[in-house]
Design a binder for this molecule. Structure first.
Ligand SMILES: Nc1ncnc2c1ncn2[C@@H]1O[C@H](COP(=O)(O)OP(=O)(O)OP(=O)(O)O)[C@@H](O)[C@H]1O
Length: 569
C-alpha cells in the first residue's frame, strides 16, 4: 500500500486561501454581505410587529393600528424575500466564479509540480484531489455556501434582536442554545479528521483500482489475481470504515441538535410568562421574543444540514490547497544556472522503501561532451540518467547544472537545460501543434518537425486522437519537442530500443539532427555507441567503476576491456 505523500493544508492555510479567494472577488462579496444584512433586518420586522399587534389589541383605536401594523408585516416579509433572493443569486454567481478560480489554481499548481514530486506521488491521490475534491468544493460553493451564508447572518440578527427586545429573555434564549453549541463543537472537533480520512481512503481506493487496471497484463501473466483482490478489498474496507465513522458522527449529531431546537423557545415562554405575571414586560414582547427564537429553527436547520457538507468540503479544500505546500524550488533555482556543466557529487539514491541502488557516485560532464554510460542490466544506468535529468533527486549528495540542483529547477527552466529522451513517448489526443507543447510560431514548429524528418506532420492542425502515430512517428514528435525546448544537454535512455530496425534507422537520423551541438549522455546498450563517445563511464552495482576514453579503457585492460572483448567475440 502506498501512502499519499502530497501534503494537506492546515486550518490556517485553508483560512488564508479562502481569504484570498474572497479578496479576488471582493466587490461581489461585499454586495452579498450588504444584501444579506438588509434581508436579515427586514426579517426582524414581522415578529416585532406581531408583538406590537398583540399589545395594540387592548389599546385605543385598536382596529386602525392593527391594520397599519399588519400592512407593515407584509412589507417586511416582501422586502426580506426579495433581498434574500437577490443575495442568493449573487452568491451562486460568486460561487461559480470562485470554483473556476480553484480549478484553474489547482491545474496550474499540478502542472508546475517538480518532476521529482510527481514521480513519487501516488497518481490516484493527485487525480482524486483534482476531481472528487475540486468537485466537492465547487458543489458546496454553488449549492451550499450562499444559502448557509444567508442563514448565518439571519441567525446573528435574530439573536441580537431578542437581546435588544429584552436582555433577560434574550439571555435565557441564548442559554437554551447551549445544547446545540456543545453537540456542534463535539461534532466539529471530530469531523475534520474523519472527513480527511474518508478523502484519503477514497484516494487510495481510486489509486489501487487504477493500478490494478493498468497492470492487468502483468497480473494475468504472474497470476497475481489473489493479491490484487486482497489489496482491493483492503482499500474497500478502509473506505467503508471511514464512511461508517462519519456516518456515526452524523447519527449522533443530527438527532441531538434537532431535539435542542425547542429548548430556547420553551425557556423564553416560561421566563417570559413569569415576567408578564409580575407586570415586568408586555405580552407582545414575550410573543415577539418567542417568535424570534422560533425563527431560529429555519437558519439553524439550514446550517445544520449543510455543516456536514461544509465540513467535508473544507477537508477537500485542505487537500486541494495542500498542493501549495509542496516545497517550491529554492530561490537560487529560479535563476538560470551559471554554466552548462553537470556535476554529480557523492550521490546515493534508493527507490521508495528499497535499498540504495546508487552508491557514492561522482561524475563531471563537460559542456559539449559525449558521454556513454555502460554496464550490466541493473547496474543503475537508468537511475543515474533520471537523476541527471532532474526527474528525481538523490537522497544524499547533489546533481547540479551550473551549480544549481537539477531537480529543483522549475519545469520551464529545466527543459532548457536537460531533457531525458526514453522510449516512452506520450502522444496526447490533441493536434500536432498542441502535442509539441511549446508556444512557438508555426514556422518554428514546422521547421523542428522537418529537422527530425516528420514529413507526415505537414498540417499542424491534424488531430492525433483521430490519426494515431506509429512508434517511429511518436519518437519524431518527441525529438521535435526536444529541438523546440533547445536544452544544452540531452540524456538518451533506450531512445530507439523498441523500434524495428528500419524505424530505428529513421529515428537515429532524426536523433543525430537533434544532438548536434549539444552535450549528450547516452545510456549505451550497444558497445558501438560507447566506442563513438568521448568518454565512457562503466557502472557496476550502483557505482562508477571505470571512467575514460575507449582507448584508455582498452589499454587499461579492466572491466570495460573485458566487455569489449566479449562483444567482439
Ligand atoms: N522503479 C523502481 N523501483 C524500485 N527499484 C527499481 C526501480 N527501477 C529500478 N530499480 C532497481 O534499481 C537498480 C538499478 O536499476 P536501473 O534500471 O537503474 O539499472 P540499469 O543499469 O538501467 O538496468 P537496465 O539496463 O536493465 O535498464 C536495480 O536493482 C533495479 O531493480
Amino acid at each position: 500500500m502506498s501512502t499519499p505523500t502530497l501534503p494537506i493544508a492546515d486550518t490556517r492555510q485553508v483560512a488564508r486561501a479562502a481569504g484570498r479567494l474572497i479578496a479576488a472577488d471582493r466587490r461581489a462579496a461585499a454586495a452579498i454581505l450588504l444584501l444579506n444584512v438588509l434581508a436579515a433586518v427586514a426579517a426582524l420586522g414581522a415578529p416585532y410587529l406581531l408583538g406590537r399587534i398583540i399589545d395594540a389589541v387592548t389599546g385605543p383605536r385598536a382596529a386602525a393600528r392593527i391594520d397599519l401594523l399588519a400592512g407593515a408585516v407584509l412589507l417586511c416579509a416582501l422586502a426580506q424575500t426579495l433581498l434574500a433572493r437577490w443575495a442568493l443569486l449573487l452568491g451562486y454567481r460568486f460561487g461559480e466564479r470562485t470554483a473556476a478560480r480553484i480549478r484553474i489554481g489547482f491545474l496550474s499548481r499540478a502542472l508546475s509540480l517538480p518532476a521529482s514530486v510527481i514521480e513519487r506521488v501516488p497518481p490516484g491521490d493527485l487525480a482524486a484531489r483534482g476531481t472528487t475534491d475540486v468537485d466537492a468544493i465547487a458543489g458546496t460553493l454553488r449549492d451550499v455556501l450562499p444559502g448557509a451564508f444567508v442563514a448565518g447572518i439571519h441567525l446573528v440578527f435574530l439573536l441580537a434582536a431578542v437581546l435588544v427586545l429584552d436582555p433577560l429573555l434574550g439571555l435565557s434564549g441564548l442559554l437554551g442554545l447551549f445544547g446545540i453549541v456543545i453537540t456542534g463543537r463535539w461534532y466539529l472537533r471530530r469531523a475534520r479528521n474523519a472527513y480527511l480520512e474518508e478523502g484519503a481512503a477514497n484516494s487510495e481506493l481510486a489509486e489501487e483500482l487504477a493500478a490494478t487496471a493498468a497492470g492487468a497484463r502483468t497480473i494475468e501473466a504472474f497470476r497475481l489475481h489473489r493479491s490484487r483482490l486482497a489489496v482491493g478489498r483492503a482499500a474497500i474496507a478502509r473506505t467503508r470504515r471511514s464512511r461508517l465513522a462519519t456516518l456515526r458522527l452524523r447519527s449522533v449529531y443530527f438527532p441531538v441538535a434537532e431535539g435542542s431546537y425547542n429548548i430556547p423557545v420553551v425557556l423564553v415562554l416560561l421566563i417570559g410568562g413569569l415576567l408578564y405575571r409580575g407586570d415586568r414586560i408586555t405580552l407582545g414582547t414575550v410573543v415577539a421574543a418567542a417568535l424570534y427564537l422560533r425563527q431560529l429553527i429555519g437558519p439553524m436547520d439550514t446550517i445544520l444540514i449543510w455543516l456536514e457538507q461544509l465540513q467535508s468540503s473544507s477537508a477537500s479544500f485542505a487537500r486541494v490547497e495542500g498542493l501549495a505546500a509542496v516545497p517550491a524550488a529554492p530561490a537560487t533555482a529560479t535563476a538560470a544556472p551559471g554554466s552548462d556543466r553537470i556535476e554529480v557529487k557523492g550521490v546515493r539514491y534508493a527507490y521508495p522503501g528499497g535499498p540504495d541502488v546508487l552508491h557514492d557516485v561522482d561524475l563531471t560532464v563537460q559542456p559539449g561532451e559525449r558521454l556513454a554510460i555502460v554496464g550490466l542490466s541493473g547496474a543503475g544506468k537508468s537511475t543515474l540518467g533520471r537523476l541527471l535529468a532532474g526527474v528525481d533527486r538523490p537522497h544524499t549528495g547533489a546533481v547540479t547544472v551550473g551549480g544549481v540542483a537539477v531537480a529543483e529547477l522549475p519545469p520551464d527552466l529545466l527543459r532548457r537545460q536537460v531533457v531525458l529522451v526514453t522510449q516512452e513517448h506520450h502522444v496526447f489526443r490533441e493536434t500536432v501543434r498542441d502535442n509539441l507543447m511549446v508556444p512557438a510560431s508555426d514556422d518554428r514548429l514546422a521547421e523542428a518537425l522537418r529537422t527530425v524528418g516528420a514529413d507526415w506532420a505537414r498540417d499542424l492542425d491534424t488531430d492525433l486522437g483521430e490519426h494515431p502515430l506509429t512508434g517511429a512517428q511518436a519518437q519524431q514528435l518527441a525529438l521535435a519537442r526536444v529541438l523546440l525546448a533547445d536544452p544544452h544537454t540531452v540524456i538518451l535512455d533506450e531512445a530507439t530500443a523498441l523500434l524495428d530496425p528500419r524505424a530505428a534507422r529513421v529515428a537515429e537520423r532524426a536523433l543525430a539532427a537533434v544532438l548536434h551541438n549539444r552535450t549528450v549522455i547516452a545510456i549505451a546498450h550497444r558497445l558501438q555507441t560507447a566506442h563513438d563517445a568521448d568518454r565512457i563511464a562503466v557502472m557496476d552495482a550502483g557505482r562508477i567503476i571505470e571512467l575514460g576514453t575507449h582507448d584508455d579503457l582498452i589499454t587499461h585492460g579492466g572491466p570495460y576491456a573485458k566487455l569489449w572483448r566479449q562483444w567482439h567475440g
